[in-house]
Write a protein that binds this ligand. Sequence first.
Ligand SMILES: [Zn+2]
Length: 445
Amino acid sequence: MQEQNIRYSQFHITHPIPDENHIQNVFESFINEYKNFRINVPIGCITDKCSLKQKERSDFSVFCGAGGYLYLYLRIYEFVQTLSPDLQQQCTKGLTDQELSEFYNPETFLSLALQQYQALQPQLKADDDISFFMSNSTIYLLGADLFYYLKDQENFKKCVTEVLSHFGNIVAQSEKYEQELLYGIPGYLYSLLWLHKKYSNEKDQFQLDLSSHIHTICQIIRKFTGNGIMKCDFHNRSYFGAAHGILGVIQMLLLSYESCKEYFHLKDEQGLLQMLESIQNTLDYLIKLYYQYGNLPSSAQNEKNLKLYQFCHGIPGAIAPILKAYQIFNKQDYLNAAIHMCENLYKYGMIKKGYGLCHGIPGNSYGFIQLYRITGSEKLRQYAFQFLQYKKNPHIYNEIKNFPFKDRYNIGISDNPFSLMMGSIGDMCAMMDFINYKRMPGYEI
Ligand SMILES: [Zn+2]
């Protein structure tokens, strides 16, 4: 009877977006990628699986090397462990009954992670790289998590000691290192933030408070960025984006402040206020540039280069720090800018480079979900869904597979098709985060 009333009193048709299909379809895409990964990348592989025309080499970085394989197994472990029973019921497509019970057995991915770690660790050599994305020591960072899950306190401590071993050198010779996220000191700060977030509230032997380390590194970074509108110089240019530029630095500084707020206030109130003011000045300046141009140029020296809509250059890497700033400073302008950016990202972000997180479509899907988590607008989930289904859309996928890029070895294939930042591991992380959000790899904690 009630239904009949609505039928006659309501003039529009209600057409809710069927949410469960989005999750089922994204999960199925994830499983397809995972199966393809397992066929091509053996357990314990230590090389950077690459496209033909290049020579495979030992590479332990999580950016495009074998560190990413360890990262993946731990991410799936975390995904499975924290998936609600309701979501588990929706996430079954693409798996046989036997595969399903293996998938939802947490031991499966813990054991794969352990095998991958045991293959990598004996081959590790000390390197000059320090950042989360590039350093061999990131294997130890991931190892700390692995041994924490395995309740192996001794190995956990060894791993943490290895990660912290860079700290002294960075403090003593900070000018020797880069100042951007991908290779530099802010990239090391990310590893410290990771450990602090995970273990500062732990009890007993796994407890780890890195507030003082984090504060010291922030002070070093602030020396290089300067006050007012901050700068991040890399190869003689002042870059704006996430990977090489000031936005990546701001994101790390905001995460540091958020993680160790009390310590920062106690230690140096004056310095903190100056840092927060400089961050706002810089964001205000970048947002003004964005409204002027419709994107952010790659650097101050190249204001005409506005064509890059990808994590490393342009607005995709701006959304996370602008939203973090909105949460901290409660400025409506920041939320408005992020909303405006997402509409532009939807228009221009389905990029022909296609794969991965650094300069790929799944990397761009993160902006929509980051904003969705604040505004709850279903439209944003729809945008992210479309971006994550890029391989299923023949019009889009054909374009990606046939578009020649000068800086790529093969037409239509990522140079490292199974890597975290340029290949399918990144795609899989974005798909897991669509279903059960954790963090954008290397950018959120
Ligand atoms: Zn990139």
